[in-house]
Design a protein around this ligand. Structure first.
Ligand code: P6P
Length: 337
């Protein structure tokens, strides 16, 4: 019987992937489906944020010292809830929460993984309808199964990730995730309420013509960064240009575009913020994992992001990430300096 089903949903894809690993327990596939479910719930609220009195300040500030919008809290609760009620996650770390949450129940204590996430990155853009996103990172726990997970399970180098992904709530809603087998993108079909495989085997072009940086901080950047930005502005057809500057101010949107089209995204350290603004554990590590699996590179200007040994849950790091050849050119400016 010819079943013409060329649409593969996220659930079908993750289960199909299991067939490639007969020894796999299915816990990672289950965790990814849990993330997909929470993303669909958040998507509903993001898409109607302008209609319901869900905008506006929640009246509190999160551990980052930023005004918390109601949607941030809602999104955080959806991802915590989906993972707590699943079978795969022993605990979570979230941009919205001061400390990790150890689920400490019999099923969770026997789970294989822990997850870190930024439930709604770029939330300052909610009120002006700019694309926002969720970013997540999955680690195999290092503590003994059968007992509650520990802080050490969360402070692992990014090169220990077993999966990482993001959701972009944009003109369409996409769920993109990477494992050691590669990077795949799924677009939400609202008619059936399923993420459907739309971008199989994503590869980051090794060259691009897009550079993303906040020019407002230009005079606070180190000399090598300033010289690289100036070099981008001077590119001509003869040397792979001209380049265009694209900066949305929403990391998921900027990095997603550069991942697909080729380009480089930078959030360097500044005089005011020498460590930059972005968080290592649930913004830079997951994107570094994804972009490297797609053939790109990610550093803090001196070191591979995935090799940084974390010391704190919410620590920041400068970030340079994107197309391989563009990153190699950037590094010649940073090495010199
Ligand atoms: P700036 C959003 O607040 C965010 O955390 C990232 O999504 C984004 O890339 C960055 O900050 C933008 O920061 O300082 O350029 O506005």
């Amino acid at each position: 019987m010819n079943i013409n089903r060329n649409i593969l949903t996220l659930d079908e894809f993750t289960i199909q992937e299991l067939r490639n690993f007969p020894a796999a327990t299915g816990e990672l596939s289950s965790l990814l489906r849990d993330m997909g479910l929470a993303a669909k719930r958040v998507n509903v609220e993001v898409n109607k944020a302008g209609l319901v009195d869900i905008l506006g300040d929640y009246g509190t500030t999160n551990v980052q010292g930023e005004e918390v919008k109601k949607l941030d809290v809602y999104a955080n609760n959806q991802f915590v809830g989906a993972l707590k009620h699943g079978i795969s996650c022993a605990g979570i770390g979230s941009e919205e929460l001061d400390d990790v949450v150890i689920f400490d129940d019999p099923v969770s204590n026997n789970s294989k993984y822990v997850c870190l996430f930024d439930p709604l990155d770029g939330s300052s853009n909610i009120d002006v309808n700019v694309s926002i996103g969720t970013i997540f990172s999955v680690y195999r726990r290092v503590s003994e199964r059968g007992k509650p997970c520990t802080k050490e399970d969360f402070l692992q180098q990014g090169n220990k990730q077993v999966a990482a992904g993001y959701v972009i709530y944009g003109s369409s809603t996409m769920f993109v995730y990477a494992t050691k087998r590669g990077v795949n993108g799924f677009t939400l079909d609202p008619q059936i309420g399923e993420f459907c495989l739309s971008h199989p085997g994503i590869k980051c072009p090794e060259k691009g013509k897009i550079y993303s940086v906040n020019h407002g901080n230009f005079f606070q950047y180190e000399q090598g960064v300033k010289e690289y930005i100036t070099a981008c502005q001077k590119k001509t057809k003869a040397d792979g240009g001209p380049y265009t500057q694209r900066y949305i101010g929403s990391m998921v949107a900027d990095v997603h575009r550069n991942l697909i089209k080729g380009g480089i995204f930078t959030y360097p350290g500044t005089i005011d913020k020498p460590k930059g603004k972005l968080r290592l554990m649930y913004e830079c590590n997951p994107f570094a994992y994804i972009v490297e699996k797609a053939g790109g590179k990610a550093t803090n200007g001196k070191q591979r992001i995935l090799d940084i040994q974390p010391t704190e849950l919410h620590q920041r790091t400068p970030l340079f990430i994107g197309s391989n050849k563009m990153m190699e050119e950037l590094e010649t400016y940073l090495e010199e300096k």
